[in-house]
Structures are given as structure tokens and as C-alpha cells.
Design a protein around this ligand. Structure first.
Ligand code: CUA
Length: 169
């Protein structure tokens, strides 16, 4: 097959550019071990409960006394569930209820693979990576029921991985 000289030149430039960016990516991710800036706290994914916020009794909605925040919500993700602990009656919490106007920090980790944690319709959106604790702060002003979705593909049950946040007046 005959190829035009310019065609060859452009293929070379295209291939070269791709190679260049793969090398840059490789140096950043594998040699320097770059991580998203928010993932600064490390944790053993096999023993997340050894970390205070992820002990059974500290999961879910926690009121914060003093300081800037009103609440912290601790969550442990695993395929295909968000664990917010249990309520006073011992029922598994599927919905977090928060008064409108609260400043909330969602703090989470994962026991197995990468999961997403997005409170759809708000600015709360983070990635949960095994071995790291991630946090996101939002002020929830608008009452309503918000769906928490996993936006990282994590396996066969990925689309069933949801929970809810209810913001009430
Ligand atoms: Cu968890 Cu997708």
C-alpha cells in the first residue's frame, strides 16, 4: 500500500504525542506515586474499623460540637453497599436525615475496590479508594431527598449501590 509522505509524517506525530503523554502519565502515577490531593490519610482497608470514624458506633450521622461543621457523616463503602451503621432501634441506616442549612462533612473509605460517593444534586462528590480516607464538605440548604450514587464501576451490583440523604426544614 502506498502512503503519502505527509500521511506518514502525521502518523508519526500522532503516535509520538500519544507516547509522550503515556510517559508523562507513567512517571506521575507509578514512579512518583501521585494520588488525588484529597486522599492524604492512609488506612488499612482490611481493618477500617481500627480507625475511629469507621468504628461501628461512629458510622453515619454524627453531630459536631463547636467548630465550623454541624455534622460529620462517616461511611464505609464495599461492593455493593454504603455502611452508615445502625439506628437506635438496630435497623440498618439507608437514609441520612440532616436539617436544612447544615454544614456537613462526608468522610469515607472503602474495604474493597474503588467506589464513587456522589450526593446527586449537591456538590458532594468524591472517589473512595482502598487504603485512603476521603472527605468532602457541603452546606445542604435545599430541603429534599437526594440519592447517593456510586459513579465508579465496581462490579455486577454497581447500579444497585445507592442510599439517600434527606434534607428537612
Ligand atoms: Cu460501587 Cu459502583
Amino acid at each position: 500500500m502506498h502512503m503519502h509522505r505527509l500521511e506518514k509524517l502525521w502518523m508519526f506525530i500522532g503516535g509520538g504525542t500519544l507516547l509522550f503523554f503515556l510517559i508523562v502519565l507513567g512517571i506521575g502515577a507509578f514512579i512518583q506515586g501521585a494520588q488525588p490531593p484529597s486522599c492524604l490519610t492512609v488506612i488499612d482497608p482490611q481493618r477500617v474499623e481500627a480507625h475511629d470514624p469507621f468504628k461501628e458506633e461512629n458510622l453515619g450521622l454524627q453531630e459536631v460540637e463547636g467548630g465550623d461543621l454541624d455534622y460529620v457523616v462517616n461511611v464505609v463503602a464495599s461492593a455493593f453497599n454504603y455502611d452508615f451503621g445502625k439506628d437506635e432501634e438496630g435497623n440498618v441506616v439507608r437514609k441520612i436525615r440532616i436539617p436544612a442549612g447544615s454544614k456537613v462533612m462526608f468522610q469515607g473509605t472503602t474495604k474493597d475496590v474503588v467506589h464513587g460517593f456522589q450526593v446527586a444534586g449537591t456538590n458532594a462528590n468524591m472517589m473512595l479508594e482502598p487504603g485512603y480516607i476521603n472527605q468532602v464538605e457541603v452546606t445542604l440548604d435545599n430541603p429534599g431527598v437526594y440519592t447517593i450514587v456510586c459513579n465508579e464501576y465496581c462490579g455486577t451490583g454497581h447500579q444497585f449501590m445507592t442510599a439517600q440523604v434527606e434534607v428537612y426544614e
